[in-house]
Design a binder for this molecule. Sequence first.
Ligand code: NAD
Length: 244
Amino acid sequence: MRFTGKAAIVTGAASGIGLAVATRLANEGANVVLADIDANGIATLEQQLLAAGCQGVFCSPCDVSDEDQVQRAVDAAIGRFGRLDIVVNNAGIMVFKPIELQTKDDWLRVLGVDLLGAFFFTKHAFRAMTHGGAIVNVSSVHAVETEPLIAPYAAAKTALVSLTRSAALEGKPKGIRVNAVLPGAIDTDMLWSNPNVKSGQEKIATNDVGKAEDVAAAILYLASDDAAFVQGAMLRVDGGRLDR
Ligand code: NAD
């Protein structure tokens, strides 16, 4: 029970990696705010976790690209638990289009969720984490190497690495650690909605596709006291994809 007495917010908790992170944090003793734009999805997870005996969970429906909603989620955590120790910036979206067809709105939507959402939570967590804390950002291998059709996503995930480094420097004197994971191909709805993956499905089936739980394990390590001396790290969770 590494997280007994800790209070956490997990964004994108209704599905995939966020659901695995929230479930594991709750099972390891944390109080968890489930933050997602999918209010039904987090309500279902809340019921499941309560039924499993995890009493310290509640939903905060939240569009992470809206700073007022982010501030309300942070305030709700403080109001309910009296503290905030962990934020996992996991919510993310992709737009699949050739650059000639991409619009300003495509870019603003992706940057709003995948980058600004993490910025808003970092800003308000810095205010709220009065005992220090840990922030884990879910970037992607696309921050380092990428593929066609996802320019806004790759740009957002690269900038998220940059935000992680800046926030790690500014968080250090406050006792707040800020780190990132860079997942490779992970078996979630997002992966199978990617037309690049669909067209190369045979190839990817013979390579490693990780599970949401593989990424959750890495995120929980970075959020835990086991990573007390880990600051500004970029942890690839990709089964060796970048070494090929
Ligand atoms: P997913 O689609 O299963 O989950 C994404 C979650 O984010 C959903 O619950 C969705 O409702 C939520 N969300 C979307 N827009 C939101 C908003 N505006 N406000 C709040 N919540 C919002 O996908 P996933 O694979 O679990 O993705 C989780 C994170 O992992 C994302 O940041 C994604 O970019 C990253 N990632 C995924 C993979 C992969 O292969 N699956 C690889 C690298 C990185």
